[in-house]
Write a protein that binds this ligand. Sequence first.
Ligand code: FES
Ligand code: FES
Length: 154
Amino acid sequence: MAQITLHVNGKARMVDSDPTTPLLYVLRDDLELHGPRFGCGLSQCGACTVIIDGNTVRSCSFPVSSAKNKQITTLEGLGTVARPHVLQRAFVEEQAAQCGYCMNGMIMTAKVLLDKNPHPGDDDIKRALEGNLCRCGSHLRVMRAIKRAASERV
Ligand code: FES
Ligand code: FES
């Protein structure tokens, strides 16, 4: 075990963890941040996506020790129920979720996409989301939500 300081959603958080533990487990079990989900555990589905230093990372396959000295953002860091991020609002307004299990990965991936490309076309969105699996088939509504968020961003 080792004491590791993580910078999560703008706050420094100390955890006591085996350095090889997947970041996802530390976020969910130690820091009680349940936005990132456990889907496959094999870097295949995107449910566990977080943003580290501006890029998407699959936290199920990312050792917690590798997150030291980096800025981690989880879904909770985007917005709150009272003050949702424009993407969170757009996903609700478009009713993008069915079961909702993949939505963390969709929203976090969309956040990085819009940060890098504020006005993506359909092909840009499809490319960005191609590694995010949705067993409910919500991709068309997810695309509408991302386009709505892009048009509402100032
Ligand atoms: S749970 Fe990490 S990619 Fe599936
Ligand atoms: S909404 Fe159910 S997995 Fe995507």
